[in-house]
Write a protein that binds this ligand. Structure first.
Ligand code: ADP
Length: 604
């Protein structure tokens, strides 16, 4: 497709404007997405911080309980333990239980077991221990373990036990009393880690023995040694720690309660999956759902909407996964936007694009207007040049004829030849006069100075007068038929100057463009509210290609040959009719003749 030179700036404006608008919209959309990602990141950071703070608080309770034990020189009676622990339980609802579990030796190895030095640390043996607890009022107390069906049964024989001895709150945690923590491998791993490191150690996920709901729990152990002066210091070597181990203080937690309690004050529409990274296979701990603000252990499929949001906010799973440190273990929190999470809005990008388009349209419109003004100016200046060159050419011809005639007269012409020269001078002068008259009329029409001044005319005699003027303007006076329809009123209210210009031009053309002898006729009729003038000839006709442009100044038909003319007559006619609110219709057949019909509104 070829683009015209005049439309090039507009096309360029559109191209550039639309491209810039699209680029700006894309940049803003990206910015929005980055902002949303940052906001999501900030929210997940704050959730992680809150969870970590909670977990730390729970661990700190064990440390302060450890200090309490140390200052009490390791002998804390049950009643003291209960009193101390009740305060902490009231403050931290996420704790399922706080417990004390001493190391107890089997009766048969009271003399010494591998890794344990009973004589140095004075650990109780199983029978003595069970008797002591029973004496405290727990008559059926015994050290227990879970069998393969998950039932609690009397613990089998092994070198030592770590039975839960004090448990607060007791109600709801009854099955835990007497349970040997070292009977289960997950708990045992954490016990040994705590014993050997001397610091707080968490277990992997477990089902609590007192668990009724389908929830995961975990235990956090703090080892206590016989030679400590505070819960923060401990025997130096691992062997010493193993030898001096007295027992464990432990916190029992449900994952759901710890998480729900930590996030009580935060309400983001963000879900997350908790898992234990330290466990061999990244064990699932629970799914937190922001809609219900609870943790469940059922993994649910993520909805389409949430998945789309997740892709937008977390391009890779790692970007939205954070870590928690829980008693020497690493937990992973994989965050996902919940279904209600506010979606990325594109309205800013859209409004930027629309603003860009509007600006483009405005600039393009400005260019189009400037362009059309430029074209108009160019047309006008071309018209002026044409006008001047035509006018000078058309004026020069009759002027030359006058000058030549004057020279002929000067040279002394016989009396008989003189009338011919005089008439040539007269014709030339008339032509000049006509041309100047037409130019003046057009110039006045153009500048708005041509006025409509109607007056009452005797229409038939006015028309007759014009016909005669036209007839006598030709050397060989042509015959012009004139028919006035009986419906035509004698007196008509019309502008004589404008009507004269119209009829003179049409009649002159009819004669001029006729073959000899001219057959020209004019009729006037009255149709309802209009006066209709018809000027017909049987002349050369007008080629249909020229008919549409007859009103253009200086435009002449292709078939005019040597017939003199300026191409201004019909321009004058149309300017006059415009002022008179009339119309002009041309019907012409090439070689057969032409009829011009003028319709003027009747002014009463
Ligand atoms: P011109 O001075 O050339 O006659 P006009 O504006 O009066 O200028 O007419 C414009 C053109 O219209 C003429 O050049 C001619 O080609 C055509 N024309 C006008 N009237 C007639 C007619 N009666 N018969 C044939 N051609 C005509």
């Amino acid at each position: 497709m070829r683009i015209h030179r005049s439309t090039l700036p507009i096309a360029l404006t559109f191209g550039l404007g639309i491209s810039l608008s699209v680029l700006a919209a894309i940049a803003i959309a990206r910015q929005e997405r980055t902002n949303q990602r940052l906001q999501f990141q900030r929210q997940t950071d704050s959730l992680t911080t809150s969870l970590q703070r909670s977990v730390n608080r729970y661990t700190d309770i064990l440390l302060s309980l450890g200090d309490f034990y140390t200052v009490s020189e390791q002998t804390v009676p049950r009643a003291e333990f209960d009193r101390f622990v009740k305060r902490a339980l009231a403050t931290y609802p996420g704790i399922q239980a706080l417990e004390w579990a001493p190391v107890v030796l089997t009766d048969s190895t009271a003399d010494g077991a591998a890794g344990i030095e009973p004589k140095t640390v004075g650990l109780p043996t199983r029978t003595d221990f069970e008797a002591t607890v029973r004496a405290e009022g727990y008559r059926t107390f015994q050290i227990t373990e879970q069998n393969s069906q998950g039932e609690l049964v009397r613990a089998g024989d092994r070198t030592h036990y770590v039975p839960v001895t004090y448990v607060q709150p007791y109600t709801g945690n009854e099955p835990a009393l007497g349970y040997d923590l070292s009977s289960d491998s997950i708990r045992r791993t954490a016990l040994e880690a705590a014993r050997d490191t001397g610091s707080v150690a968490a277990s992997g996920r477990i089902r609590l023995v007192q668990e009724n709901n389908n929830q995961f729990g975990f235990l956090v152990f703090l080892p206590l040694y016989s030679s400590r002066s505070s819960s923060r210091d401990m025997p130096e070597s691992v062997l010493d720690r193993q030898a001096q181990l007295q027992g464990y203080l432990l916190g029992v937690f449900r994952v759901a309660e710890v998480v729900e309690e930590s996030l009580e004050t935060l309400s983001y529409d963000i879900d997350f999956v908790l898992s234990d990274r330290t466990a061999p296979e990244n064990e699932f701990l629970g799914l937190y759902q922001a809609s219900s603000r609870t943790v469940t252990t059922e993994v649910q499929a993520i909805g389409n909407r949430a998945e789309r949001k997740q892709k937008a906010l977390c391009p890779t799973a790692e970007t939205c996964t954070h870590q928690l440190r829980v008693g020497g273990r690493l937990w992973a929190i994989a965050f996902t936007p919940a279904a209600n999470y506010p979606a990325t809005t594109l309205w800013r990008a859209l409004s930027t694009f629309i603003t860009g388009l509007l600006l483009t349209l405005m600039v393009a419109r400005y260019f189009a207007q400037a362009q059309s003004a430029l074209i108009k100016t160019q047309e006008l200046s071309a018209l002026k040049i044409r006008l001047f060159s035509m006018a000078s050419h058309e004026l020069r011809t009759p002027l030359a004829s006058i000058l030549l005639s004057a020279q002929v007269l000067e040279a002394g012409l016989s009396r008989t030849d003189r009338p011919r020269v005089y008439s040539r001078i007269r014709a030339a002068a008339k032509r000049m006069n006509q041309l100047l008259g037409d130019l003046l009329t057009l110039a006045r029409a153009e500048s708005g100075k041509l006025e409509f001044s109607p007056e009452t005319l005797n229409l038939p005699s006015f028309c007759q007068q014009i016909i005669e003027e036209v007839q006598f303007s030709f050397e060989a006076v042509p015959a012009i038929d004139f028919v006035v329809s009986p419906s035509v009123p004698t007196a008509a209210y019309l502008d004589p100057q404008l009507l004269r210009a119209v009829l003179t031009n049409l009649l002159s053309n009819a004669v001029k463009y006729s073959n000899e002898p001219p057959q020209v006729s004019m009729s006037v009729a009255c149709q309802s509210h209009h006066l209709v003038f018809r000027v017909s000839d049987r002349g050369i006709g007008i080629p249909s290609a020229d008919q549409a442009r007859l009103n253009d100044a200086f435009y002449r038909g292709q078939n005019v040959g040597h017939i003199p003319g300026t191409g201004l007559g019909l321009s004058v006619v149309s300017a006059c009719l415009q002022l008179h609110r009339g119309s002009l219709v041309c019907e012409s057949t090439l070689g057969e003749g032409t009829t011009f019909t003028v319709t003027l509104p009747r002014i009463e």
